[in-house]
Design a protein around this ligand. Structure first.
Ligand code: ADP
Length: 448
C-alpha cells in the first residue's frame, strides 16, 4: 500500500480524499494556491506545498508544479480528485512516467471517454444504447442538415470536448439548424479550444440516471447501483439521490449489469460513472466520467462502501473488498450541493464566513472545508459544502433533509440553502415526479 499520497485538488473533495487516506494509515500532502493557504484541506494534511498563484491554470492545473511537489515530498501516488486534472490523460501519463502512481483509470480510457464523439462510438461497440444521433463528428452545416432528417427535431448540437454542462445548443427545427450549428462550433472553439461537434436527438422529458462502477486491475468489476441526478440547472446537478424514484429493482439490476459488461469488455480500472438519459423505459448513454463524481456520497450512504478507499486500493494493485453479491442497498440518500451563491440569482458570493454550524445526528454527513473565519476565495468553483442525508425510506430522507437544512448555519456569505429548503417542501420533488427540465421551470416560477 502507498505510504504517502499527494492530493491534487482543493476544497471538500480534497478533504474527502484526505479522510480516506488517514483511515487507511496513509500520509497526505496537500497542494494549494496562495489563495488557499488557510484552507481546511491544507490544515489537515500532514504536509503541504504552495504550487502557485490563485488562477487555476497557474496552480491546480499546473502539471509541472504538481509533479514537482510530489517529487519533493516523496509521495508515491497522486489522487487527482474531481475537476481540474482528473480527466487529463496527459497528466495521468506524465505522473506514471515520473514513477508515481496515478490514482485513476488507464490514460487511454481517460482519453477515449474525454472525447465525446469517440465515447459514443465506443459505447455503441461495448453494447450500450446511445442517444440517436450522428455517428461521428459533424463537420459542416450541409452535413448537419442532411443528418437531421434521420435524427429528427428538436436536436442538440454538442461539443466533442464538452463538460460541465457547457457547449450544447438546441435546434428547434430545420430553419434554426445552421445558426445553432455555427454558434455551437464557435462556443466549443472558445471554451475548449476544439470546435468538433456532434448531434443528438433532444429528449423532451428524460431523467438523468447514472451507474457507479468500481473496478480493480484484476478483472473484478462491480456496480453499486444508480444515482438520479435529474434536478439540474443549466445542465448542472443541484441535488442527487439514490436509488432513483423512477426505477424498479429489475430495471436497476439490468442497467447495472449492462454497464458492468461494457466495462469488462473495455478492461476498465478504478471508479467510473456511466451516465444515461432515461425516458419511457429506455436508457440512452450520454457520457462516461472516468473519475470520482461529486455525488458519490449518496452511493456510499446506501451501500456502506467507501469508494475512495476502493479506488486507492485498486491503484495500489489490491483486489476489490466487495464482490457484486456483497453489495446490498439500504434505505435512501440525498445530497444537496451547497454553493456560495445567492439562492435565487445564483450570483457568486465569495467572502468571509462569520459563523458556521453544521448539522449532525443519525444519517447525516457533511463534506465541507468551511469554518468560522474562513474566507471563500472568488477564484474557484462555488461548491462549498455537500449535505448528504440517509433515511430508511425516501420519506424519512426528505424529513431529515428538511431538519438538517434548518439546522445548517453559514453566516457571512450567501448560499443555496434557501433553494434546497424550498425544494424539500415542493410536491413534485416530494413525490419524485421530475425530469431534467423540471427545476428550471420551478426556478422560473419562484418569487423572492
Ligand atoms: P456534460 O459533459 O457537459 O455534463 P452531458 O452530455 O453529460 O454533458 O449532459 C449534461 C446534461 O445535459 C444531461 O444531464 C442532460 O440534462 C442534458 N442533456 C444532454 N444530452 C441531452 C439530450 N440528448 N437531450 C436532452 N438533454 C440532454
Amino acid at each position: 500500500m502507498f505510504e504517502k499520497i499527494l492530493i491534487a485538488n482543493r476544497g471538500e473533495i480534497a478533504l474527502r480524499i484526505h479522510r480516506a487516506c488517514h483511515e487507511m494509515g496513509i500520509k497526505t500532502v496537500a497542494v494549494h494556491s496562495t489563495a488557499d493557504a488557510e484552507a481546511m484541506h491544507v490544515r489537515l494534511a500532514d504536509e503541504s506545498v504552495c504550487i502557485g498563484p490563485p488562477p487555476s491554470r497557474d496552480s491546480y492545473l499546473s502539471i509541472p508544479a504538481i509533479i514537482s511537489a510530489a517529487t519533493i515530498t516523496g509521495a508515491d501516488a497522486i489522487h487527482p480528485g474531481v475537476g481540474f486534472l482528473s480527466e487529463n490523460a496527459t497528466f495521468a501519463s506524465m505522473v506514471e512516467e515520473h514513477g508515481i502512481t496515478f490514482i485513476g483509470p488507464k490514460p487511454q480510457h481517460i482519453a477515449l471517454m474525454g472525447d465525446k464523439v469517440a465515447a459514443r462510438g465506443a459505447a455503441r461497440e461495448l453494447g450500450l444504447p446511445v442517444v440517436p444521433g450522428s455517428d461521428g463528428a459533424v463537420s459542416s452545416e450541409k452535413e448537419a442538415l442532411a443528418l437531421s432528417a434521420n435524427i429528427g427535431f428538436p436536436l442538440l448540437i454538442k461539443a466533442a470536448a464538452g463538460g460541465g454542462g457547457r457547449g450544447m445548443k438546441i435546434a428547434a427545427d430545420e430553419a434554426a439548424l445552421p445558426e445553432a450549428f455555427r454558434m455551437a462550433r464557435n462556443e466549443a472553439r472558445a471554451a475548449f479550444d476544439n470546435d468538433q461537434v456532434y448531434m443528438e436527438r433532444y429528449l423532451g422529458q428524460p431523467r438523468h440516471i447514472e451507474v457507479q462502477i468500481l473496478a480493480d486491475g484484476h478483472g473484478n468489476i462491480v456496480h453499486l447501483g444508480e444515482r438520479d441526478c435529474s434536478l439540474q440547472r443549466r445542465h448542472q446537478k443541484v441535488l442527487e439521490e439514490a436509488p432513483s424514484p423512477a426505477l424498479n429493482d429489475t430495471q436497476c439490476d439490468e442497467i447495472g449489469r449492462t454497464a458492468v459488461e461494457a466495462m469488462k469488455k473495455l478492461g476498465y480500472r478504478s471508479v467510473g460513472t456511466i451516465e444515461f438519459l432515461y425516458e419511457e423505459g429506455e436508457f440512452f448513454f450520454i457520457e462516461m466520467n472516468t473519475r470520482l463524481q461529486v455525488e458519490h456520497p449518496v452511493t456510499e450512504m446506501i451501500t456502506g462502501v467507501d469508494l475512495v478507499r476502493e479506488q486507492i486500493r485498486a491503484a495500489a494493485g489490491s483486489t476489490l473488498s466487495v464482490a457484486q453479491e456483497d453489495i446490498a442497498y439500504m434505505g435512501h440518500a440525498m445530497e444537496c450541493r451547497i454553493n456560495a451563491e445567492h439562492w435565487r440569482t445564483f450570483v457568486p458570493s465569495p467572502g468571509r464566513v462569520k459563523a458556521y454550524h453544521a448539522p449532525g445526528g443519525v444519517g447525516v454527513r457533511v463534506d465541507s472545508g468551511l469554518y468560522a473565519g474562513y474566507s471563500v476565495p472568488p477564484h474557484y468553483d462555488s461548491l462549498v459544502a455537500k449535505l448528504v442525508v440517509h433515511g430508511l425510506t425516501r420519506e424519512d430522507c426528505i424529513m431529515r433533509l428538511r431538519r438538517t437544512l434548518e439546522e445548517y448555519v453559514i453566516d457571512g456569505i450567501e448560499t443555496t440553502i434557501p433553494l434546497h429548503q424550498r425544494l424539500a417542501v415542493t410536491p413534485a420533488f416530494m413525490n419524485g415526479h421530475y425530469n431534467i427540465h423540471w427545476l428550471e421551470k420551478f426556478l422560473a416560477g419562484l418569487e423572492g
